[in-house]
Design a protein around this ligand. Structure first.
Ligand SMILES: Nc1ncnc2c1ncn2[C@@H]1O[C@H](COP(=O)(O)OP(=O)(O)O)[C@@H](O)[C@H]1O
Ligand SMILES: [Mg+2]
Length: 307
């Protein structure tokens, strides 16, 4: 049996004259956690909704869990879980009551057993009697994830599930995603957090509806073929402004006491630095990060397309 969960190619979507998703193609395999990144308005939610059959693309083709995203939209719904960007639940019900209510709405068989199992799997058993409205952000997300896994979907679409959640709760949430992955459940998850992108098996990066990069984190960084140098010292913004005027310097960013300078041509970069950086600064070559790679991709795409 094929281990492909999602296979879509050349999907396009217009809202009026606005072409929001452009020739979008993606393959997601069983058990994979696929990160979905890109600025606000780049088309992530629209792409997710097309892949799970909630809206029809204007052109292209594709399958989700072997079902056609144009003709079998109704069937797809029964086999996927979709956690929307602004999900809601019943605040005056407890965690357990929320989940039991969902099993009744969707006529899920063996409701109680399902709820018990899901509570256990998502680490919610000890809090099952707490009212949903009193839960912190992290626990609310966990309840929302429980709600969309009750029917045992093979594939999850999570749209910015951890926005505004504290680092500890995000870490725990991601631990659960990896446990689901171990059980063969595939997840497509949109996020703005780079640490979360790095926890994915693969990531896709969208900008203005274009898929600019797609693959493992390592391969995306490698493909951009960038060199990054870390410079440490004082008055970093002054130095940064000087460097940005020089052709060959692609981008800069300051973290604490260090300025990170990224360029396409390592030789040019070294030459510039040896002339422009005074001897009281220290510098060394470092690994280009995923954020550097995405920033570079977006800047170049905008330049080439004259947005
Ligand atoms: N139902 C809709 N009607 C009209 N325009 C929409 C609709 N949904 C999204 N858009 C537009 O499509 C673009 C992409 O939006 P979206 O897919 O929500 O991006 P993202 O999830 O990456 O922030 C935006 O310009 C947005 O305003
Ligand atoms: Mg969105």
């Amino acid at each position: 049996m094929s281990d492909v969960c999602i296979e879509v190619s050349n999907l396009n979507k217009y809202f009026g004259a606005n072409h929001v998703v452009k020739d979008f193609s993606l393959t997601v395999r069983k058990g994979e956690i696929y990160g979905f990144l890109g600025p606000n308005g780049s088309g992530k939610t629209t792409s997710i909704r097309m892949m799970c059959g909630l809206i029809t693309p204007d052109s292209g083709k594709g399958h989700c869990l072997g079902m056609d995203i144009f003709t079998q939209r109704e069937q797809i719904k029964h086999h996927i879980g979709y956690m929307t960007q602004h999900f809601s639940m019943w605040g005056n019900l407890t965690i357990r009551e929320n989940l039991l209510f969902i099993t009744r709405i969707y006529n899920l068989v063996r409701g109680k057993a399902r709820v018990d199992q899901t509570l256990e799997e998502l680490g919610l058993t000890s809090r099952q009697h707490q009212l949903a409205k009193f839960l912190s952000g992290g626990w609310k997300q966990r309840l929302a994830l429980a709600a969309c896994t009750l029917h045992h979907p093979a594939l999850l679409f999570l749209d910015e599930p951890t926005a505004g959640v504290d680092p500890k709760a995000r870490r725990e949430f991601w631990q659960i995603l990896h446990q689901l992955s171990d059980r063969g459940i595939s997840t497509l998850v949109s996020t703005h957090y780079m640490d979360e992108a790095e926890r994915c098996h693969k990531v896709a990066y969208l900008s203005y509806g274009h898929l600019l990069a797609n693959g493992s984190v390592g391969s995306i960084i490698h493909q951009q073929n960038l060199t990054t140098v870390k410079i440490s010292g004082k008055r970093l913004t002054e130095l940064e402004n000087e460097l940005l005027k020089m052709p060959g310097i692609e981008q800069t960013v300051i973290f604490g006491n260090s300025l990170f300078v990224t360029a396409k041509d390592e030789k040019v970069l070294n030459l510039i630095l040896s002339h422009a950086v005074a001897s009281d600064y220290e510098f060394c070559k470092v690994q280009t990060t995923l954020e550097d790679a995405f920033t570079w991709l977006m800047k170049n795409n905008a330049k080439n397309n004259k947005y």
